[in-house]
Design a binder for this molecule. Sequence first.
Ligand code: GAR
Length: 212
Amino acid sequence: MKNIVVLVSGGGTNLQALIDAQNRGEIKNGKITCVISSNPEAYAIERAAKADIPSVVIARKEYPDSVSYSRAILEELNRQKADLVILAGFMTILDKCVTEAYAYRIINVHPALIPSFCGEGFYGLRVHEKALEYGVKVSGATIHFVNEEADAGAIILQGTVDVENDDTPETLQRRIMENVEWKLLPKAASLFCEGRISIVDGKAYIDRSKSE
Ligand code: GAR
């Protein structure tokens, strides 16, 4: 059974989707063993408590820079013996001391179709504001491995939704969460824990021979 550590910063609806999937037995060969929050006020911490999952707060504002913060995260991941790290609405970019130590063992959910609307500064509602400003007709979310460059690691899964004429950033965000993020993030976690993701030339491939 693989130890899954989930990193959060906010509301934690993606964490909730992972907990619900786990309770339905949909995360095969993996268990959420710890939640780490960068924000002591995050509602995600309550979601973890309600599910009896231990949580640790490592507050971003208590560290002067990204490197010292990332070192603290790395120490905790090692202490937790994490096999898989999931960034579920985690709003801090991790330094390479973490991404190198956990290469191809950290996955992130990004609320757009990478390589669009991603990289530094693109997070949360801002992503949807930018997508609407541009006028795209489809958007979606991407589950990808995390490397030293923001939102640039190998793509595992992507899913799309239509953009409606009267969408606001909030309505688009909600449609993408409900239809894509909350489904694909638990699915990617299970695929990882089942050993069904392989990397060839820096790209991720899923073994589809087993039933979904
Ligand atoms: C989600 O939409 C997630 O994709 C996004 O923030 C939201 C967090 O919601 N993440 C990023 O923008 C990371 N670059 P949640 O706390 O309810 O899961």
